[in-house]
Design a protein around this ligand. Structure first.
Ligand code: NIG
Ligand code: FE
Length: 432
């Protein structure tokens, strides 16, 4: 039964496709907009059960249904942030301002800063401190319309420390109406104490995999292949072991230049290859029409002042499934706002607003293995819904810094309503 009925005279961005699949080529720019209509939610199951231009028959509507009239404002699915580091301790503001004076991200890392700095702080933090940071970050994300967020470990880089982070994700999920997709990123960096015995560290990461799966602490396994982190072969070793243990795979690939990492990702069946700013023609050819999603992270290039951008147009034209995400992390992208990512996708990647919306919602859902339940408004999908404070969805990337997200619903519960965040991350129930 419909217990929450949303209506608008304005656009409903359904992002529906005839078949469950990521949007490619021209389809990326087609949001399947319905002008004026109704979205019915069964708040017990947290599912959308009705989407139509016509009002539902009385027999479908619960007697105590809450009727939410959005006037002529936009109704759309919640954002999916499919590449996000969510939780760490300490601040790297000093590195940010050092970069403002000209130091590069890699120079800072080579000088002992970067991921290794955050690692020290994270290992020193208490569990409660980590959880508080996670809650704070989730509130920022929800405020910007995010209802599903991927969460990578990778700032502890010890077996126990990584487990502690992954358990914190599980705890946060138990408090949160939205969805957290946990990823084990033991291969984020070779810890300094292993510099002379890298293989031992890789082996340690591999050894941790079965326990993490048994405890169901992570769905994905990710690696950072880069001159400051892992080699392609080291990354591949971890991922092949992860695959055997039932993990889905992700890679930080070809971020600053093409070293064949995305091509390797496609070959081993990765769900996504992320960054790909330096990807070349041959690897683009491999991604084209493959099920592997290319996750573009323009905020990282902006935040690190890197004069390199993912070849979004070439990827889209070739038929690759392109997604967008924030890459929220303390060093290379302290960005919480999908709308700002859309701004950069327009200005730096040449993507149209409609394409950026599909990429940050529908294709992003596929990048976290949720394409069948999230990313569009259709009967049977999770009721993860955003109402804007405007009737023109193009304002999303154009009004930089505005709070244009009026209402956020996750699995049928209000996380934000009339511009105000709910008291708790569990959201407010819809009461008729
Ligand atoms: O996605 N690339 C690897 N990890 C992050 C950076 C992490 C950090 O600097 O703390 C990224 O860019
Ligand atoms: Fe990242």
């Amino acid at each position: 039964m419909i217990k929450l009925l949303l209506r608008t005279r304005g656009p409903i961005l359904t992002l529906r496709e005839p078949h469950h699949s990521p949007k490619r080529r021209e389809a990326l720019g087609n949001l399947n907009v319905m002008f004026g209509g109704f979205v019915g939610v069964d708040t017990d199951s947290g599912k959308v059960i009705y989407v139509s231009q016509h009002a539902p028959e009385k027999s479908l509507v619960n007697g105590r249904c809450v009727d939410l009239d959005a006037g002529s404002r936009v109704i759309m699915p919640g954002f999916v942030d499919c590449h996000n580091h969510l939780l760490w301790a300490g601040s790297r503001a000093h590195e940010f301002y050092a970069r403002c004076k000209g130091l590069t991200y890699h120079e800072i890392a080579e000088g002992g800063g970067g991921i290794a700095y955050t690692r020290k702080k994270t290992l020193d933090a208490t569990e409660e401190e980590l959880l508080e940071t996670g809650r704070r970050h989730l509130r920022f994300l929800v405020d910007h319309g995010v209802t599903t967020v991927e969460a990578k470990s990778g700032y502890a880089l010890t077996r126990d420390g990584e487990l502690r982070t992954l358990r914190a994700f599980a705890r946060l999920q138990s408090e949160f109406a939205g969805t957290i997709v946990p990823t084990y990123l033991g291969g984020h960096l070779i810890p300094p104490e292993y510099a002379e015995r890298r293989e031992e560290y890789i082996e340690e990461v591999v050894q941790a995999l079965p326990g993490i799966r048994q405890e169901k602490l992570a769905e994905f396994c990710d690696v950072f292949v880069d001159p400051i982190a892992l080699t392609r072969e080291e990354g591949k070793k971890i991922l092949l072991a992860a695959k055997e243990n039932g993990f889905l795979l992700k890679l930080h690939a070809d971020e600053f230049g093409d070293d064949g990492t995305s091509a390797m990702g496609v070959e081993i069946g990765a769900t996504s290859v992320d960054h790909v700013a330096g990807i070349g023609a041959e690897s683009i050819g491999k991604l084209a029409n493959s099920p592997t999603v290319a996750v573009l992270l323009p905020a990282t290039m902006f935040f690190t002042q890197t004069a390199l951008d993912a070849p979004a147009r070439d990827l889209i034209d070739a038929g690759a499934a392109v997604a967008l995400a924030t890459d929220l992390n303390p060093g290379s992208s302290l960005v919480f706002d999908p709308c700002f990512v859309m701004t950069l996708a327009g200005l730096r990647l040449g993507m149209a607003c409609d394409e950026a919306i599909s990429a940050h919602i529908k294709n992003a859902a596929f990048a976290v293995g949720r394409g069948y339940t999230k990313g569009s408004l259709a009967p049977g999908m999770d009721a993860d819904i955003v109402i804007l404070d405007t009737g023109d969805y193009r304002e999303l990337g154009y009004y930089i810094g505005a709070d244009n997200i009026d209402t956020v619903i996750a699995r049928g519960r209000f996380l934000k309503r009339d511009g105000r965040l709910a008291e708790s991350l569990a959201g407010e129930a819809v009461l008729g």
